[in-house]
Design a protein around this ligand. Structure first.
Ligand code: HEM
Length: 462
C-alpha cells in the first residue's frame, strides 16, 4: 500500500511501518523499548555505534517512534535548509512540545512560520538587544558578586540556572515582577520539566499535571499584562512582542503573544544554562584559555565593574571563539527532529512521506575528518583562516535554514557579558583529575551539577 494514501489527523501521511522502511539499513532494537535505553544512557555513543554499523543514513526506534537519522554536514543542509519545503519542524517537535508550548515558532511551518518569524524578528534587532544587555549586565554582575563573596566550592549548574531565570525575568519582562516573579518562575520550571515526562497525560500528581497547571498560570499572567504593554514604551522582550506586527500590519493576537512568549522563555532558558555550564567547565579544564580571555577582557580598558557596552561586543573575538568551541563540544540541542511532508530521496535511499527524520549536531561536531582531534578544546578552530573551506553546515549548534535559532545573537551577547563579569572578578578551577559525567539528553547537563571553586580574582592579584 502506498504510504501517501494514508493520512493521520494532522493531514500528513501516516508514519511508515517497519515494512515501509526496511530498505534503509538499521535496527528496531529490543521489543517495546527499541533503542531508547541505549540512547538515554549515552546518545552520542549510540549514534556513533549505529553510524559505524549502518552508515550515515539509518533507521532506529526510540521513544515509541521510528526515526531515520541522517548524518553529516550535507544531511544537515538537506534537512535544515530544506530547499523543497519537505520537512515539517512542527510535526518533528510536536510530540515533545505541543502540549505545553503550542504554536511556538518551532511548531509552525512554511508560510505561517515565515509570517510569524518576521513579526518576532523585530524583537531581536540591534536596538532591543542593546536594551536587554543593560539588564543582563546588572543581573550578571550581581550574581557573580554573590558567588565571589561566598567563595569556595559551588555547584555551577544549579546556580547558573537560577541566575538565567532571574535574568530572563528582567530582560524578558523589564520590571520587577514582585510576588508574581516566584510563581512565574516555578510555573515555567514545571512546564519545562513536563516536556520529557514519561506519563504524557496530566494524571494528578504527575509532572505533566504540574506542567499543565504551570501553563494555565503562565497564560493567565501574560494575558493580563498584554494591553498595558501594547500601550507602553517598555524595551523588554515581552513588550516588543506585544507591539510586534505581521507584514500586513496587524498586531499579533493576545493568544499568539502568549504562545510565542512562553516558547521563547523555554527556547532560551535551558540552552543558555547548558551552554554557560559547558563554557565554564571547559575554561576550568583549560586554565590557559581562562587567562587568555581575561587578558582580552582587560584589553577593553573598561573601569572595574563597568557594564559591558553593546558596541564593544565585537572586541572579544577570543571569547566568541571559546564559546563557539563549547557549543561544538557540547551542543545544547544535540538532535533536531523533523517529519517528512512528501516522499524524497537522500543518498540513494527513498525516504517516505510521514517518516520522522533526525539530524544530529553532536555527531557532526565530532567528525574527525572535519574537526581533527575532536575531543580537544581548541577555540582557534574558529579563526577565519581555520574556518576557510569548512562546510557551512558542519557547525550547527543553532540549527540552520528557516528555523535557525532566532535568539543566537542574544545567546552570544549573554555569553560574552557573562564571561566579561565572571572572569574579571573571579578565578575558577576544578579539582585535579575531575571530569564530570554529562547527561546529554534532552539538554546536556553535568550529572553532579559541575563542582568548581571560585575565588576573587581581585584578591589573588593584590
Ligand atoms: C546557546 C544558546 C542557544 C542554542 C544552542 C539554541 C539552539 C537552537 C536550535 C538548534 C534551534 C533550531 C531547532 C530546529 O531547527 O529544530 C533553535 C531555535 C530557536 N531558538 Fe534557540 N538556542 C539558544 C538560545 C536561544 C535564545 C536565548 C532564544 C531567545 C531569546 C532562542 C530562541 C529560539 C527560537 C525562537 C527558535 C525557533 C526558531 C524558528 O523556529 O524559526 N534560542 N535554537
Amino acid at each position: 500500500m502506498s504510504m501517501t494514501a494514508r493520512a493521520d489527523v494532522t493531514g500528513l501521511a501516516a508514519e511508515p511501518s517497519a515494512r515501509d522502511l526496511r530498505h534503509i539499513p538499521g535496527s528496531d532494537g529490543w521489543p517495546w523499548v527499541g533503542n531508547t535505553l541505549r540512547l538515554l544512557a549515552d546518545p552520542k555513543r549510540e549514534v556513533e555505534r549505529m553510524a559505524a554499523l549502518y552508515g550515515p543514513v539509518y533507521r532506529s526506534r526510540s521513544f515509541g517512534m521510528r526515526v531515520i537519522t541522517v548524518l553529516g554536514p550535507e544531511a544537515n543542509e538537506f534537512v535544515l535548509f530544506d530547499r523543497h519545503r519537505l520537512f515539517s519542524s512542527g510535526q518533528g517537535w510536536g510530540p515533545f512540545l505541543e502540549r505545553l508550548f503550542p504554536r511556538g515558532l518551532m511548531l509552525l511551518d512554511f508560510d505561517e512560520h515565515r509570517l510569524h518569524r518576521k513579526a518576532l524578528s523585530a524583537a531581536f534587532k540591534t536596538e532591543p538587544l542593546k536594551a536587554y544587555l543593560q539588564g543582563l549586565n546588572a543581573g550578571i554582575a550581581k550574581g557573580v558578586a554573590a558567588w565571589t563573596a561566598r567563595g569556595g566550592e559551588m555547584r555551577f549548574y544549579p546556580e547558573i540556572k537560577k541566575l538565567t531565570l532571574d535574568l530572563a525575568a528582567t530582560s524578558f519582562f523589564g520590571r520587577d515582577l514582585g510576588a508574581d516573579a516566584e510563581r512565574l518562575k516555578s510555573a515555567f520550571v514545571d512546564m519545562v520539566a513536563a516536556i520529557v515526562a514519561v506519563v504524557r497525560v496530566p494524571l494528578p500528581g504527575t509532572p505533566m499535571a504540574r506542567g499543565v497547571a504551570g501553563r494555565k498560570f503562565m497564560v493567565e499572567f501574560l494575558t493580563r499584562e498584554i494591553a498595558a504593554r501594547r500601550e507602553g514604551k517598555g524595551e523588554d522582550l515581552f513588550s516588543e512582542l506585544c507591539r510586534a506586527t505581521t507584514e500586513d500590519g496587524r498586531l499579533l493576537s493576545d493568544q499568539e503573544v502568549v504562545d510565542h512568549m512562553s516558547f521563547l522563555m523555554m527556547a532560551a532558558h535551558d540552552t543558555l544554562a547548558s551552554s554557560m555550564t559547558s563554557f565554564v567547565w571547559l575554561l576550568c579544564a583549560n586554565p590557559q584559555w581562562q587567562d587568555k580571555l581575561r587578558q582580552e577582557i582587560a584589553g577593553l580598558g573598561l573601569p572595574r565593574g563597568a557594564p559591558l557596552p553593546y558596541d564593544r561586543l565585537d572586541d572579544l573575538p577570543l571569547t566568541e571563539m571559546a564559546f563557539k568551541e563549547a557549543l561544538r563540544l557540547i551542543p545544547p540541542v544535540p538532535a533536531l527532529p523533523r517529519r517528512l511532508v512528501r516522499d524524497t530521496e537522500f543518498r540513494g535511499f527513498k525516504l517516505p512521506a510521514g517518516a520522522r527524520v533526525g539530524v544530529n549536531p553532536v555527531y557532526t561536531h565530532h567528525m574527525p575528518e572535519i574537526w581533527p582531534e575532536p575531543e580537544t578544546f581548541d577555540p582557534l578552530r574558529f579563526t577565519e583562516a581555520n574556518s576557510r573551506g569548512r562546510h557551512k553546515y558542519a557547525f550547527v549548534p543553532y540549527g540552520g535554514g528557516v528555523h535557525m535559532c532566532l535568539g543566537l545573537n542574544f545567546a552570544q551577547m549573554q555569553a560574552k557579558c557573562f564571561a566579561y563579569h565572571f572572569l574579571s572578578e573571579t578565578e575558577a578551577s576544578v579539582a585535579q583529575g575531575y571530569k564530570p559525567a554529562w547527561q546529554l539528553w534532552p539538554i546536556p547537563k553535568p550529572n553532579d551539577g559541575l563542582v568548581i571553586r571560585v575565588s576573587s580574582f581581585a584578591k589573588s592579584r593584590s
